[in-house]
Structure formats: structure tokens, C-alpha cells
Design a protein. Structure first.
Length: 171
């Protein structure tokens, strides 16, 4: 009987080893590495203000235009005067080189200092998108903003001020 028990114990041990060994044949594992790259944030800086210069409004009103190259023009009953040099606004964008971005311009009306009179302004950029030149975090590009100022008939004289906010975002 002792031999029978010994044989049964040995048989069970062999069976247990066979099952344990065969378990590794039906399961396996591998590990994948996870990586990510944090890119340089996009940033924008105004480096020059938009200057429309001096002008007068006639009885019919009109517009004062300013190209993104700083060239001033007019339509309608508006007279342009020399003096203050017109200039387009300039914005510098920095971020990850080689990436594209979008540009959104948000203007405010120009309001007369010490008054309530306004003139509407429609900004125009030399681009609605851009691609940052450079490699890595050293990407950079500039863009310019001009636009069109609507001058009312007999617009009240004075200095008017408003703003154009340029917003950039990676595409």
C-alpha cells in the first residue's frame, strides 16, 4: 500500500509539473514603452502699434485705409495730411519650429479721447495662418496688420484710440 501511495504522490507531482509547465505555453507578455513630447508653447508679442496718421472728414465721410506694408490711402470725402508717419502693427510669434498656427484679429472701435464719438475699424493681416520658421523651440515668425477705418461725415475732430487684439493658436 505504501508503494501505491508513493506512486500516486509521484504521479500527482508529475501531473502538477506538466500543468504548470504547459501554462507558460499558452500565455506570454511583452512591454511597450510609452513616450510623449512637450512642444514649446505658442506666444505672441506686439512690437509695433498701428498708426493711421492725421486726416480730416468732409461732409460725405469715407475711409482711411492702411496696407500691411504701411501704405495709407483713402476713399470718399476724406483728406489725408502729412505729419505722423502711418505704420502697420507688427506682431512676433514664437513657438515650436515647423508648426502651423492660425491668426484671429479682434478690433475695438476707435473712441475720441474725452468724448463718446467712435469710428469702426476693420483689421486686415498679411496672413490668416503662418508656419513658424526654425527648429524645435526656436520657431519664430512676424506678421503685420493694417485695415480700414470708417470716417463719418463731419466726424468730430480729436484723437481717437482703439485696439486690435491678435490671437494665435497651433493648428
Amino acid at each position: 500500500m505504501n508503494n501505491t501511495i508513493t506512486r500516486n504522490v509521484v504521479s500527482l507531482a508529475v501531473l502538477a509539473l506538466a500543468i504548470a509547465g504547459s501554462g507558460s505555453a499558452i500565455a506570454a507578455d511583452a512591454t511597450a514603452q510609452a513616450t510623449g513630447t512637450v512642444i514649446a508653447p505658442i506666444a505672441i508679442t506686439k512690437t509695433a502699434d498701428l498708426v493711421l496718421g492725421s486726416f480730416a472728414s468732409g461732409a460725405g465721410g469715407g475711409t482711411v485705409t492702411l496696407s500691411t506694408l504701411g501704405v495709407r490711402g483713402k476713399t470718399g470725402d476724406v483728406t489725408l495730411f502729412a505729419g505722423t508717419t502711418p505704420a502697420a502693427a507688427k506682431f512676433d510669434v514664437t513657438g515650436e519650429g515647423g508648426l502651423t498656427y492660425s491668426i484671429v484679429l479682434t478690433p475695438t472701435a476707435l473712441t475720441r479721447n474725452s468724448g463718446t464719438e467712435t469710428m469702426s475699424f476693420t483689421p486686415q493681416s498679411d496672413s490668416s495662418t503662418g508656419t513658424l520658421a526654425g527648429v524645435g523651440a526656436a520657431g519664430a515668425q512676424s506678421f503685420f496688420v493694417g485695415g480700414e477705418l470708417t470716417v463719418g461725415a463731419g466726424q468730430v475732430p480729436g484723437t481717437y484710440a482703439g485696439s486690435v487684439t491678435a490671437t494665435v493658436a497651433y493648428n
